[in-house]
Design a protein around this ligand. Structure first.
Ligand code: URA
Length: 434
């Protein structure tokens, strides 16, 4: 390969021209090994942020980021599947879905993340379980997945190291919100899991990264198209994040809600979304004839108690004890100021209220208080009477004044009834895209 001159590559992108595969390969490997300095890579990230990338460039960037690290290889016999969510408030689907899929003879090596902005992180939630380890080695990921059927862990240093380094740079150069860069970041890590099928939950709304349907569709299409080009069966659902998912927002209380869901006592929206995402994977793996049949297979494992037992098994394999008590801070009620119907919920404000209580991070070095959080007692469209409890806040009493006003202001109540919000808004499959 010709030695690369980063300045030429950056200028090309700046002028809206297409990068070659060799240029992208040289840039990613040079950046990962340290021969290309951060300031040059920042320029390229900004050029991509401003000019975008076409589908071919995005797939090449994804493949090169994948090639910067290891790709898991699996014994034949089982389909390897995973779900990825673009992040939401109250989103504990992974905790319910991974054991459910493992009960269906699928293997789920789920690599998850930490909270990002107002959205919670699966790893933070799981760490409220005493003893639970989220930093597994590749050998542990492989052996627990093969023995138990599922694992939920952070990305080890061997998985797409180029993404780890580039993400840190994007974070400080305001280049996170770029569809090709997000696509390559997510898909390189998912491809590194050695998957046969992936389902994406692309959230839209006040509690999501993507605020409009247009933005979410663009991201979903980019992810699905990249899956198609890189040989990974990928389907995306666009789902509502204009109200939290389920009732609980926090860490320990979200684990509690996931445990309840696996025992058949989950909130309707959480159950609906989990079964639908799982059904997409069962269908992709050839384990069901249609979505309805797939969802009913999944439900059987809840009813039999097998899925609940599978979560306990996974937690134990990762050093945790699901039966050990999880701390829950004292409860306080925030009540409706007047009668009417819940019209809107500012989900982002609720996510930040949990961070203010100590349940999330403002900066990476912050420690998390797993015991705090919010329980939503109403949903959009519900009728409320004056003084009716709207939110239960789990927090030490002295923290309550900090969040009381923002939580109360996060909901609007109107006299006229508001339409209930549909949860699943669209489905995008590789076959639907050119
Ligand atoms: N999540 C990721 O893994 N990468 C991004 O770039 C954004 C969200």
């Amino acid at each position: 390969m010709q030695p690369i001159n980063p300045v030429h590559v950056i200028a090309k992108k700046r002028d809206g021209l297409v990068l070659t595969l060799d240029e992208i390969a040289a840039f990613v490997s040079g950046f990962t090994s340290g021969t290309i300095p951060d300031y040059q890579m920042s320029s390229l990230a900004m050029a991509i942020y401003l000019r975008g990338m076409n589908a071919e460039e995005t797939a090449a960037l994804t493949e090169q980021m994948l090639a910067s690290g290891t790709q898991l290889a699996w014994h034949p016999g089982y389909s390897i599947v995973d779900k990825h969510s673009t992040g939401g408030v109250g989103d504990k689907v992974s905790l319910v879905l991974a054991p459910l899929l493992a009960c269906c003879e699928l293997r789920v090596p789920m690599i998850s993340g930490r909270g990002l902005g107002p959205t919670g992180g699966t790893l933070d939630k799981l760490e409220s379980i005493p003893g639970f380890r989220t930093a597994l080695t590749l050998a542990e990921i492989q052996s627990i997945t093969e023995r138990v059927g599922c694992v939920i862990t952070g990305a080890s240093a061997e998985i797409a190291p180029a993404d780890r380094k580039l993400y840190a740079l994007r974070d400080v150069t305001a280049t996170v919100a770029s569809i090709p860069l997000i696509t390559a970041s997510i898909m390189s890590k998912k491809l590194a899991e050695g998957l046969d099928a992936l389902v994406l939950d692309v959230k839209i709304g006040s509690g999501a990264f993507m605020k409009t349907r247009e933005q979410a569709t663009e991201l979903a299409e980019s992810l699905v198209r990249t899956g198609k080009r890189t040989g990974l069966h990928t389907t995306a659902l666009l789902t509502d994040m204009d109200q939290p998912l389920g009732r609980m927002i926090g860490n320990a209380i979200e684990v509690d809600e996931a445990v309840d869901a696996l025992s058949g006592n989950g909130p309707e929206d959480l159950v609906e979304l989990t079964l639908r995402l799982g059904a997409e994977l069962l269908l992709a793996a050839g384990k069901a004839s249609d979505i309805k049949n797939a969802a009913s297979n999944l439900r059987q494992h809840v009813n039999s108690g097998a899925a609940s037992e599978k979560l306990r098994e996974m937690v134990a394999a990762q050093g945790g004890d699901l039966d050990a008590p999880r701390a829950r801070a004292p409860a306080h009620i925030i009540a409706a100021p007047r009668a009417g119907f819940v019209h809107t919920i500012d989900v982002k404000a609720l996510g930040y209220a949990v961070i203010d209580l100590g349940g999330g991070r403002r900066k990476m070095s912050d420690t998390i208080d797993h015991s705090v959080g919010l329980e939503m007692l109403v949903r959009v469209g519900d009728a409320v009477t004056s003084g009716q409890p709207l939110v239960r806040v789990f927090a030490p009493l002295e923290k309550l004044p900090e969040v009381k006003t923002s939580i109360a202001n996060s909901m609007t109540i109107r006299e006229r009834q508001t339409q209930r919000r549909p949860l699943i808004l669209d489905r995008i499959r590789g076959d639907d895209l050119p």
